[in-house]
Design a protein around this ligand. Structure first.
Ligand code: TUI
Length: 309
């Protein structure tokens, strides 16, 4: 299936993997890229040299294009922004902020830039700054989110910019893919479905939580701190929300979440860890390889959209 996004990215399919902290490491990114999507290494809060190593290891596992996600709340974002250029990475996605100050450097190096936005205003700003495409991420997504749903955000962003739009948030199968295309998207980004993939290094306890999740098992912490984070309900989220309701200050809440994503992803501590996942977790029922996931979705989507592009 060809769209402007596959042309820009040089991928077989218009499917991008989310840049999930701790989860989006080189094995997952290479597996998605080898299956015809765009794999992403999530730089998150990792030290810049660790990101460089991840990029090099990914290159050993795939000769297909892959990208790096730069989390802009990270104090070393600038260093990581330079490293992607030094390492010849083809695509950058960004999250949790405005990457405009890095855009001239990336554009000069020929890096394709797809900022993740949660609003029309930032989408327009990013287009003016030279973005090659926009990833419009609805609040169904896992992790740090905005306030608008994918269904409402995507068509509004599509109407506001000329560059192609990628839909993210709440998409995990061919129906979601086809619906996103009906809204005007030219690709989708998926996180949760890939968290549970065979090649994902996420602890089996966390994957099991996704497979067992029901539609109502998703919650949002941090509404009061200005950094809302969507995760699956567990002991940790209940405690967080209780403290938040009591008016706990930022530092107190931070203590609870410090290192909590690592606890969930690496240690498999599904009680005290933060189980970042999207609202679509309830749809993800079994572990499949990235290739099986992508081929299943493309098969369903092509039938639904009634076309082979
Ligand atoms: O970035 C994400 N998802 C993330 S980042 C992350 S690490 C983190 N953990 C705890 C608290 C905060 C971050 C986990 N998940 N998705 C892309 C995304 N970007 N969603 C929302 C936004 C966003 C929000 C506000 C982008 C820009 C923005 O404001 C723009 C500005 O002017 O700063």
């Amino acid at each position: 299936m060809k769209t402007r996004v596959t042309e820009i990215l040089g991928t077989e399919y218009p499917i991008i993997q989310g840049g999930m902290a701790w989860v989006a490491e080189h094995h997952l990114a290479a597996a998605v890229s080898n299956a015809g999507g765009l794999g992403i290494i999530g730089a998150a809060s990792a030290p810049a040299e660790v990101v460089r190593e991840e990029i090099r290891k990914c290159k050993e596992l795939t000769d297909k294009p892959f990208g790096v996600n730069i989390m802009l709340l990270n104090p070393n974002a600038e260093e990581v922004a330079r490293i992607v250029v030094e390492e010849g990475v083809k695509v950058v996605t960004t999250g949790a902020g405005d990457p405009a100050k890095f855009m001239p450097m990336w554009k000069e190096a020929g890096v394709k830039v797809f900022p993740v936005v949660a609003s029309v205003a930032l989408a327009k700003l990013m287009e003016r700054a030279g973005a090659d495409g926009i990833i419009a991420e609805g609040m169904e997504s896992g992790g740090h989110i905005g306030h608008t749903t994918t269904f409402a955000l995507v068509p509004q962003v599509v109407d506001a910019v000329h560059v192609p739009v990628v839909a993210a948030g709440g998409i995990a199968d061919g129906r979601g893919f086809a619906a996103a295309f009906m809204l005007g998207a030219e690709a989708v980004q998926m996180g949760t479905r890939f968290v549970a993939a065979k090649e994902s290094i996420v602890h089996p306890n966390f994957k099991e939580k996704i497979f067992k999740a029901k539609d109502i098992d998703s919650t949002v912490t941090g509404m009061s701190t200005g950094h809302p984070v969507r995760c699956l309900r567990n002991k940790m989220s209940k405690e967080y929300l209780r403290l938040e309701k009591e008016g706990a200050d930022f530092m107190e809440l931070e203590k609870l979440t410090l290192g909590s994503l690592r606890k969930a992803v690496i240690d498999g501590d599904v009680s005290n860890g933060t189980l970042m996942a999207g609202q679509i977790a309830g749809l993800v029922k079994k572990e499949m390889s990235c290739r099986e996931i992508i081929e299943e979705i493309m098969g369903q989507a092509e039938t639904l959209l009634g076309e082979k592009r």
